[in-house]
Design a binder for this molecule. Sequence first.
Ligand SMILES: [Zn+2]
Length: 239
Amino acid sequence: MVINKLLSFKTPKPQKNISNLDFDISRRFFLKSLSACGVILISGCQTQPTRDPYIPKNYGGSDLIIPPPVDPIPQVEPVSDIPWNWYPPRGVEKNWTAIIVHHSATETGNMALFDREHKNKGWDGVGYDFVIGNGSDSGDGEVEVTFRWRQQITGAHCKTPDNWANIDGIGICLVGNFNNRRPTQRQMDALVKLTDFLQKRYRIPQSRITGHGETRGAHVTDCPGDLFPMVAFKSSLNF
Ligand SMILES: [Zn+2]
């Protein structure tokens, strides 16, 4: 009893304030609810309806936006005026390190004629990798590609004691005797274009581009002839 009395004394029931408090709480709750409804109504106008979470993601229903098919990007071939047969076949390409320029020391000729001539010497065929015609037996400035280049095999155009020039050097022969006359303009244009292609492909410096007679270890020869314009040729190279 004493405890009850003490309790009742310590915690008097606030009879008078309950109604006011309830009203206050109800009012606040009402106002808050009202403003929340307003927010929902306003925001409902601005946002898209959310997707039903129970619809699987791969559902292809009409409510999904399916992107249109994308056209593949057209493949553009690089523009190049390099003849296809200047490129060595895949898989057998050698790491060439030098270019050696020759003349045929004949007024006329072409790859097939030199091939026959060299076979008559007991070789396995024309000794060069490329032959550039002068308009006699092939076109003026026409570049013929020999079996040696196609097969990427050792040449037979520049003998040295260790045969390095035939093993590592690319042999280019211009038809003509350049002790008697200069090569044609078209021959030189073709030679510059071919040399430029080979230089860039194998990163061959100008110091490794030589006439036959000035090649390291080569036998004494005046090839490619006194009138071959070596200085002008080298100055027209860009690599
Ligand atoms: Zn030569």
